[in-house]
Write a protein that binds this ligand. Structure first.
Ligand SMILES: NC(=O)c1ccc[n+]([C@@H]2O[C@H](COP(=O)([O-])OP(=O)(O)OC[C@H]3O[C@@H](n4cnc5c(N)ncnc54)[C@H](OP(=O)(O)O)[C@@H]3O)[C@@H](O)[C@H]2O)c1
Length: 361
C-alpha cells in the first residue's frame, strides 16, 4: 500500500477540528500526524487538551489521543511534520489570513474551513462537484506567495450547500431570480443544546453575516477564472433569510426560482438526477455516489431523517412544484458539519490530491 499523506489539523481541538479528526480516522489517503491549536492547548496531549470538550457523539479515535498539541503560531515546526493542513481556527479575520498564508508560504497546502480567504481573488473557493476548474488559480497564488508547493483553498459557507447544487444543475435554463430561506442547525454556531439551552423550543431569526454570505458566495462559486483570479458571476439575483432552528445538525432551505428559459418539472428532475461532478467521475473516497437525491414523498427531506444521506455528503431535494409568483419552488437539505464543513474540506483535499496539487513533501 502506498504511504498515506501526513495531515495536520490546525484548530484541531475545536468543534470543526474534532470533525476532521473523526473523518480522517480511517481515511485511505490521509493520516493525522500533527494537531495544532492556541498556546493554551500546546504542550498537552490531544486527549488532555480536549478533556471535557469532546463534542462528537462518536468516541475520540485512539490514534490521535497521544499526539502532542503544537502551538499553531510555530509554523515551521508544524509544517515540518505534514504534507497538508486542514485549518479551522476561531481567530480574527486578519490573523487567520496571516496564519494561513504563513503555512502556504512554508510550502504547505492549506485546506481551510475558515471564511477569511473566501474573497481573496487567487484563492479557490470550491464545491468539488460544482467548480473544480477554479483550482487553476492556484498557479497564480503560488507565484504571489513565492512557493512551489504551498497554497490555500477554501470551502464556502455551510448554508449554500442546501440550494446551490440544485440551482447549479439548472444553470442551462438560466435562473434569473432566487429567493432562499435557510433553517440552520445549532452546530453551525459550534453549539450543542447543552451549551445553548435557549435554543430549546425556540427559533432565532438572525445569524450574523449569514445572509450576505448566502447571497454572494454562490456567485463566486459560479464565477470564471480570468488572469489568475476568480471573477464572480453577475447573476442570478439571490435574496435570502437565514434562521436558526432547534436542530442539532442539518441546514434545510426553501427555495423559489425563476428562469430565463423555464424548464418543465420533468426536465428539472432529470437534471438533478443526472448531475455528476469530478468527485463522482474520479470516485474520490468521500464523494457521494449520487450528488443530488430527490424525494418524492411530500414530507421529505426531513432534517433528522435525511441529513446523513451518503455519510452526510449527499444533497437532498424535495417538494418541487410550480409557484404562482416564481416559476418553481423546492426544498433542499445538507449536513452542515459534514458536507458543509469538515467533509466538504476533506473532499476538496481528495480532489487536490487526485489532480496532483498535494503530494508527499
Ligand atoms: N462550527 C461549525 O459548524 C462551523 C461551520 C463553518 C465554519 N466554522 C468556522 O470554523 C472555525 C472553527 O470553528 P469551531 O466551531 O470549530 O470553533 P471552536 O470550537 O471555538 O474551536 C476553535 C479552534 O481555534 C483554536 N484557536 C483559537 N484561538 C487560537 C489562536 N490564537 N491560535 C491558534 N489556534 C487558536 C482553538 O484552540 P484552543 O482549543 O487551544 O483554544 C480551537 O482549536 C471558525 O472560523 C468558524 O467560524 C464553523
Amino acid at each position: 500500500m502506498t504511504q498515506k499523506l501526513r495531515a495536520g489539523i490546525v484548530g484541531g481541538t475545536g468543534m470543526v477540528g474534532q470533525r476532521f479528526i473523526a473523518l480522517l480516522e480511517n481515511h485511505p489517503w490521509f493520516q493525522v500526524t500533527a494537531i495544532a491549536a492556541s498556546a493554551n492547548s500546546a504542550g498537552k496531549t490531544y486527549e488532555e487538551s480536549v478533556k471535557g470538550r469532546w463534542k462528537l457523539s462518536t468516541p475520540m479515535p485512539d490514534n490521535v489521543k497521544n499526539i502532542p498539541v503544537q502551538d499553531a503560531s510555530h509554523v515551521e515546526e508544524v509544517a515540518s511534520g505534514v504534507d497538508l493542513i486542514f485549518c479551522a481556527v476561531d481567530m480574527k479575520k486578519n490573523e487567520i489570513q496571516a496564519l494561513e498564508e504563513a503555512y502556504a508560504k512554508a510550502g504547505v497546502p492549506v485546506i481551510s474551513n475558515n471564511s477569511a480567504h473566501r474573497w481573496t481573488p487567487d484563492v479557490p473557493m470550491v464545491v468539488p462537484e460544482i467548480n473544480p476548474e477554479h483550482l487553476e488559480v492556484i498557479a497564480a497564488q503560488r507565484k504571489r506567495l513565492g512557493t512551489e508547493t504551498g497554497f490555500i483553498a477554501v470551502k464556502p459557507n455551510c448554508s449554500i450547500q442546501s440550494y446551490v447544487p440544485m440551482l447549479t444543475a439548472l444553470r442551462g435554463f438560466q435562473p434569473t431570480q432566487v429567493v432562499a430561506s435557510t433553517y440552520q442547525a445549532i452546530s453551525g454556531a459550534g453549539k450543542t443544546f447543552t451549551d445553548w439551552p435557549d435554543m430549546l423550543d425556540n427559533v432565532i431569526p438572525y445569524i450574523g453575516g449569514e445572509e450576505e454570505k448566502s447571497e454572494q458566495e454562490p456567485l463566486r462559486i459560479w464565477g470564471t477564472v480570468e488572469d489568475g483570479a476568480i471573477v464572480k458571476a453577475s447573476g442570478p439575483q439571490i435574496t435570502t433569510q437565514c434562521i436558526r432552528v432547534p436542530v442539532t445538525d442539518g441546514h434545510l432551505a426553501t427555495v423559489f426560482v425563476s428562469f430565463e428559459n423555464k424548464p418543465s418539472k420533468e426536465e428539472i428532475l432529470e437534471s438533478w438526477k443526472n448531475y455528476k461532478g469530478r468527485p463522482q467521475e474520479l470516485e474520490l473516497p468521500s464523494a457521494p455516489k449520487q450528488f443530488i437525491t430527490y424525494f418524492e414523498e411530500d414530507n421529505r427531506p426531513q432534517t433528522n431523517l435525511d441529513r446523513d444521506l451518503e455519510n452526510g455528503m449527499g444533497i437532498s431535494a424535495g417538494r418541487l412544484r410550480e409557484d404562482s409568483l416564481y416559476d418553481f419552488k423546492f426544498v433542499g437539505l445538507s449536513h452542515n458539519t459534514l458536507r458543509g464543513a469538515a467533509g466538504g474540506a476533506v473532499l476538496i483535499a481528495e480532489l487536490l490530491k487526485a489532480k496532483g496539487y498535494i503530494t508527499a513533501r
